[in-house]
Design a protein around this ligand. Structure first.
Ligand SMILES: [Zn+2]
Length: 205
């Protein structure tokens, strides 16, 4: 299946999701969907971005599974996969409020909701790292070594940080316990053994 066909199929799925969440917005997506049928991949990406914006608006009240329809089987957002791991422009990412850290937009919104819920419970969740460019992954691998060699870094170009889907968090004991209990409610998963600070956004979970 080519990229345009894949995007068209996602739009159909997403439209039904939006209709479910907010029927009043579903009709606005017809133009975006039809724009993908004959146009270039970049125009399709633009149309897809418009659809995503509508999903975010419609989905804003749903914390659990937020963005689940928007990732592929490898948990990579469809709207980012074309850029490549660690090659995503800042304009395609979203800043986590109150920080300079960037993630895929649904991951950023879900993190904010999780952080705010933790704060209401008197727990502070800090961030040490978020989206990581390819060059930064090379640097981390050089400093910390590869997993395969007993270190703490993914092979450059394969880290979930490179898709804006992972965070390294600053967690004291109470915050570690809190996120282990509640992280899943916001789509966050403790994904890597030996790295209790590393949390990934898996909206399908
Ligand atoms: Zn990490």
């Amino acid at each position: 299946m080519d990229a345009v066909t894949a995007i068209q199929q996602r739009i159909v799925q997403i439209q039904s999701r939006i209709a479910e969440l907010d029927p009043s917005r579903a009709g606005t997506l017809t133009a975006a969907a039809s724009a993908t049928s004959t146009s270039s991949p970049s125009a399709s990406a633009l149309a897809f971005g418009q659809v995503l914006g509508s999903v975010q608006a419609a989905d804003a009240t749903a914390d659990v599974g937020y963005g689940a329809a928007l990732v592929n089987a490898d948990n990579v957002p469809y709207e980012l996969v074309g850029y490549g791991n660690g090659k995503i422009p800042s304009s395609a990412l979203s800043t986590i409020s109150g920080t300079s850290h960037e993630l895929w937009a649904p991951a950023a919104r879900s993190f904010e909701a999780m952080r705010d819920a933790a704060a209401r419970d008197g727990v502070t969740i800090g961030i040490t790292d978020s989206y990581r460019s390819y060059d930064a992954q090379v640097d981390v691998a050089a400093r910390k070594g590869l997993y395969s060699q007993g270190g703490l870094a993914a092979v450059p170009g394969t880290s979930n940080h490179g898709w804006g889907m992972a965070l390294d968090l600053k967690l004291d004991d109470s915050a570690q316990a809190w996120i282990r209990e509640h992280g899943g409610e916001y789509g966050f998963v403790e994904a890597v053994p030996r790295e209790p600070w590393h949390w990934e956004y898996h909206p399908s979970n």
